[in-house]
Write a protein that binds this ligand. Structure first.
Ligand code: GFB
Length: 318
């Protein structure tokens, strides 16, 4: 059944627009596409092209005529940023994805990959979460705005497929980390935040490191280099509007993650818990059997990925 959707649809000579090339995902994707021999990459800084502006985006696509688009541009952030800024997370993401997806269709883009997020699934979805859990229950309140925007993006891509026969596909990555992540303590995700906190605590000789929430929630973490390998795999081989989960298939509690990060960084103090901060969804582990059946699996295990990210942090952020 899945084999029917496998066909080679992206070539090394295709002009590929990576929207969001300065972010965690976009920057890793550009690196990997270059390594893999894709020579015609198209990128634009925010100062050159505001993806929220539908008219500007339309003109850009008409001029440049990319053959393939990866929509990796988004307003993203950790649990606090999502919870504090629902207007920005909903509105800016809708604007960006609406203008890029529409312009892609209007200008004749042959294939588009839309990147969603594991937070599109209901708060109490079965674990591991199969793709079929989409829209079967209420969302986690701390990231409802972002999730609604991402669900709208999936539905818009599927509508272009159904109504106009476009080849627009959507992938749902689990929690990501790696080089070029946001390490700002208030707006980042948990993994980069704890890496920075452990580093600072070690440098300053502190006795404790403060972790938000209870430590009990469980999350699945995928290194961004694995994610972009999966994206290229799907661009080359997958042509169905049905969403595909991308993860490593294993989760870990926030407490265990904090202990692992302290170990990698070499911070030997205690963990302290700030339970005034939200836990968010209790568990978020993707069912990755579909992408495994298609022939892709992750390569970078969590400890190795954290060590590589810490090396990058030391070179670039200290
Ligand atoms: O990664 P994170 O911010 O987002 O938080 P989500 C994951 C868990 O780590 C929560 C805890 O239970 C946090 O309370 N945590 C502990 C911390 N210490 C810290 C810390 O110092 N910083 C942060 N940020 N968290 C996001 C969504 O949810 O996941 C987005 O808000 C997106 O929409 C993203 O989907 C992948 O995993 O809870």
């Amino acid at each position: 059944m899945l084999n029917e959707t496998l066909s080679r649809s992206v070539e090394k000579t295709d002009k590929i627009f990576v929207a969001g090339h300065r972010g965690l995902v976009g920057s890793a994707l550009v690196r990997k596409l270059q390594q893999d021999g894709f020579a015609e990459l198209l990128v634009r800084d925010r100062s050159q092209l505001d993806l929220r502006n539908e008219a500007d985006v339309g003109r850009f696509f008409e001029q440049e005529k990319p053959a393939v688009v990866v929509l990796a541009a988004a307003k993203v952030g950790g649990i606090k940023a999502n919870n504090d800024l629902p207007v920005e997370f909903l509105h800016e993401n809708l604007q960006m994805q609406n203008s890029v997806i529409r312009a892609a269709y209007e200008s004749g883009v042959r294939k588009l990959l839309f990147l969603g997020s594991s937070c599109i699934y209901p708060k109490h979805a079965p674990q591991p979460i199969p793709e079929s859990a989409l829209l079967t229950g209420a969302l986690e309140p701390t990231n409802e705005a972002y999730a609604i925007a991402k669900i709208a993006g999936i539905k818009l891509c599927q509508a272009y497929v159904r109504e106009y026969g476009a080849n627009f596909i959507s992938a749902m990555p689990t929690n990501l980390y790696g080089p070029n992540d946001n390490f700002d303590l208030l707006s980042s995700h948990v993994l980069p935040a704890l890496l920075r906190k452990a580093h600072t605590a070690k440098q300053e000789g502190n006795r404790e490191l403060v972790v938000w929430g209870s430590g009990q929630p469980r999350r699945e973490f995928l290194h961004v280099d694995d994610l972009v390998a999966a994206c290229i795999f799907l661009l080359e081989k997958y042509d169905s509007p049905e969403i595909v989960n991308i993860g490593c298939g294993e989760d870990i509690s926030i407490q265990k993650l904090a202990e692992l990060i302290c170990d990698v960084v070499g911070f030997r103090g205690e963990l302290a818990w700030d339970t005034t901060k939200p836990d968010g969804t209790p568990r978020k582990l993707l069912d990755v059997s579909k992408i495994h059946a298609l022939g892709w699996r992750h390569r970078i295990e969590l400890r190795e990925g954290i060590a590589r990210t810490y090396e990058w942090f030391l070179r670039n952020k200290t």
